[in-house]
Write a protein that binds this ligand. Structure first.
Ligand code: 5GP
Ligand code: ZN
Length: 111
C-alpha cells in the first residue's frame, strides 16, 4: 500500500535493521526500542490489524516469532509479544505488526 511506512520497509524503500525474513514475513528492530530487544514482526502483504488479517497469516507470524526467539537467543529467558489493535490500544502504524519485547525482566502489568 502506498504511503505505508512498513510496506516501504518491506520493499527496502525505507532502511531497517533486518532480524528475520521469509516468503511471507519480515522482522526488524524497532526504531525506538522499549527494551534491550524490541523487534517488529510484520506480514509482507499489507493488512491494517488483526481484524482484517487471515488466520493463516497470523500463524505464519507466530512461526516466525518462534524461530526469532531461538535464533536471537532469548527463547529460554522469556519474552513478551504485543499487538496493538486500533486507537484505544495506541496503534500508530496501520500495517499489522507484533512487537517482541525481550532482554530484561519485564514489568508484571499488562496495561
Ligand atoms: P504501534 O504503536 O503502532 O503498535 O507501534 C509502532 C512501532 O513502530 C513503534 O514502536 C515505533 O517505534 C515503530 N516505528 C515507527 N516508524 C518506524 C520506522 O520507520 N522504522 C522502525 N524500525 N520502526 C518504526
Ligand atoms: Zn503496509
Amino acid at each position: 500500500m502506498e504511503d505505508c511506512i512498513f510496506c516501504k520497509i518491506v520493499k527496502g524503500k525505507i532502511p531497517s535493521t533486518k532480524v528475520y525474513e521469509d516468503e511471507n514475513v519480515y522482522a526488524f528492530k524497532d526504531i525506538n526500542p522499549a527494551a534491550p530487544i524490541h523487534v517488529l514482526v510484520i506480514p509482507k502483504e499489507h493488512t491494517t490489524n488483526i481484524l482484517d488479517t487471515k488466520s493463516e497469516t497470523i500463524a505464519k507470524i507466530f512461526e516466525a516469532i518462534n524461530k526469532i526467539a531461538k535464533k536471537e537467543g532469548f527463547a529460554k529467558e522469556g519474552f513478551r509479544v504485543i499487538n496493538n489493535c486500533g486507537e484505544n490500544a495506541g496503534q500508530t502504524v496501520m500495517h499489522m505488526h507484533f512487537h517482541i519485547i525481550a532482554g530484561k525482566k519485564l514489568g508484571e502489568g499488562i496495561v
